[in-house]
Design a binder for this molecule. Structure first.
Ligand SMILES: Cc1cc2nc3c(=O)[nH]c(=O)nc-3n(C[C@H](O)[C@H](O)[C@H](O)COP(=O)(O)OP(=O)(O)OC[C@H]3O[C@@H](n4cnc5c(N)ncnc54)[C@H](O)[C@@H]3O)c2cc1C
Length: 511
């Protein structure tokens, strides 16, 4: 009974390490691991022991006999990977580097800033070392888990299960939360450096990219960052104005977050009951007039950024009759032969229900917004049709034609990427929206990890390998005696009146 990786796997590779026969790839260190949308189980080599199922933090691995109809395409997806990368010469045991030991005895104290995936994986890595006497995780909000709580779509309940892994990390005795402390405002880096041997920033990339077109600041034009925070109950987004009184919304950008937004806006609200969708937004969705969400992509289906697991999930929804999915693409554009293009072509062949009852998601390719229309609020989007130009290196560029049209809509969501914000007391690269670093090191004693280190790319699990790299740099510096040990002082002195130790009060809260 072989096992299959299904859904949006978080790619943290815990299953790779657990597998006794090394049949899950790509493994950390293998080509393609950093970019892989998911890992894959070799059906021929799998011995069906189920060790990977226990290790997977997001419940994405299932026995092939237990797959739902919508999950069946994952069998082929796992198998296809091994047709391209046979891994015939793999070693019998997964690549697990030997546990590194510090040469200096410690005890060391480390502060981690930000309790998202990167911060928590970093704490976990650090606590593998007995010389690290304590890791204090500072978080500006009263609840941890960053985008896992406030970004991952509420209907992706299995992905949200990674919170259980985080709860295990935070239960370790040398782990301590300092929730409700905004580093840079409530406490400075200089103050932290007086108390800790090392400070690791894991503050994410919380800003959105802008379209820079007229009308972008009209009411009814929101960033996906804001909308996603709103429906996930982020305290900063509770008052967001989200007009749902028009039958159509437009989402600009065609990556997974755009698809998340389109799915939530078109879902039957009753299917979202019991998920992490916040109560207020659930009530608003129950009375929503939105019947159609148009997802705009400037280039063609072959260039879209949707991941294959997300498209399989969308196809399953369409197959189950939950929504209609309509593909609008230039018929003269050559269809790609990759899995993504094949899935999109499959969606294009489906006939919409035609009864007008189902909500629909329209994936419209080859168009860019040039202006948001409306006097006092968004009433529509003027778009231009693009033609695609192929360069000698194979890259494809969208070139605007002179053909424009208007899409009536009451809500426009821009979902064209995240961006890091400057971090007080640290250098900042405006072009990349990241803190310049060398394998996570900003300078001895100060480090970065996660999206503020490498930009807003990758999956939850990508932050695990990212944390391993940063912690390795930090350990190198501790071994080298850098920086000088801090003056002995209790961390309580730092934030006693500004933040609170909430480890006991908030472990697992709301997860
Ligand atoms: C909308 C959306 C959906 C996603 N869905 C998925 C998915 O389904 N599957 C998947 O694998 N990946 C998904 N991702 C990607 C995943 O969420 C990221 O890879 C991951 O969250 C990045 O981790 P991070 O710790 O760097 O940042 P974050 O998760 O953003 O965590 C940063 C933390 O730092 C805190 N912080 C910021 N500044 C300060 C400060 N000054 N002081 C103290 N604390 C501070 C923040 O409050 C936050 O808690 C999604 C991303 C987005 C945006």
């Amino acid at each position: 009974m072989p096992y299959v990786v299904t859904q949006s796997c978080c790619a943290d590779a815990s299953c790779v390490v657990a597998c006794p026969v090394n049949c899950i790839h790509p493994a950390p260190g293998e080509p393609g691991f950093a970019e892989a949308e998911m890992v894959h189980i070799d059906q021929d080599a799998c011995v069906g022991c189920g060790a990977c199922v226990t290790a997977c933090p997001v419940g994405a691995i299932k026995a092939d006999t237990r797959l739902s109809t919508g999950e069946q395409p994952f069998v082929a997806l796992n198998a296809e990977y091994y047709e391209v990368f046979p891994h015939a010469d793999r070693a019998p045991v997964a690549v697990v580097p030997p546990q590194r030991r510090l040469t200096r005895p410690g005890p060391f104290q480390v502060a981690v800033i930000g309790a998202g995936p990167a911060g928590l994986y970093t704490a976990d890595e650090l606590l593998k070392h007995p010389e690290v006497a304590g890791v204090d995780v500072y978080e500006r909000l009263r609840t941890p888990y960053g985008l896992v709580r406030f970004g991952v779509a509420p209907d992706h309940t299995t992905t949200k299960q990674v919170s259980r892994l985080f709860a295990t990390i935070e239960r370790q005795p040398r782990f301590r939360y300092r929730l409700g402390v905004h580093v840079g405002r409530d406490v400075t880096l200089a103050e932290l450096r007086q108390r800790y041997d090392a400070v690791v920033y894991a503050v994410g990339a919380s800003a959105d990219r802008r379209l820079d077109i007229p009308g972008e600041d009209l009411p009814g034009s929101v960033a996906a960052t804001e909308l996603v925070g709103w429906y996930n109950g982020h305290p900063d987004r509770a008052a967001l104005e989200v007009p749902l009184d028009h039958e159509r919304a437009v989402v600009i950008g065609n990556g997974n977050v755009a698809l998340d937004v389109a799915r939530i806006l078109t879902a039957d609200p009753e299917t979202l009951v019991g998920t992490d969708l916040a109560a207020g937004p659930l009530g608003r969705l129950r009375t929503s007039a939105v019947r159609e969400v148009v997802v705009l992509g400037r280039r063609g289906p072959a260039q879209s950024a949707f991941t294959v697991p997300e498209l399989i999930g969308l196809s399953a929804l369409a197959d189950a009759g939950a929504i209609d999915v309509v593909i609008e693409a230039d018929p003269d554009e050559p269809a790609g032969t990759d899995t993504r293009s094949r899935l999109l072509a499959g969606l294009a062949r489906r006939t919409p229900s035609g009864d007008g009852q189902r909500r629909r998601i329209v994936l419209r390719f080859g168009h860019s917004p040039i202006e948001l229309l409306g006097e006092h609020r968004v009433e529509g989007v003027r778009v231009v049709r693009n033609r695609l130009e192929r360069a000698a290196d194979g890259s494809v560029r969208a070139v605007p034609t002179d053909e424009t049209s208007v899409i009536d809509a009451g809500l426009v969501v821009r979902s064209i990427g995240h961006r890091g914000l400057p971090v007080p007391d640290l250098p900042f690269d405006e072009a990349t929206g990241t803190v310049p670093n060398d394998a996570g090191r900003v300078e001895p004693g100060v480090y970065v990890v996660g999206w503020i280190k490498r930009g807003p790319v990758g999956f939850i699990g990508t932050n695990k390998t990212c944390a391993e790299e940063t912690v390795s740099s930090l350990l190198d510096d501790l071994d080298a005696g850098l920086p000088a040990p801090p003056a002995p002082a209790a961390a309580e002195e730092l934030d006693g009146h500004r933040g609170r130790d909430r480890r006991r009060a908030t472990v697992g809260a709301g997860s």
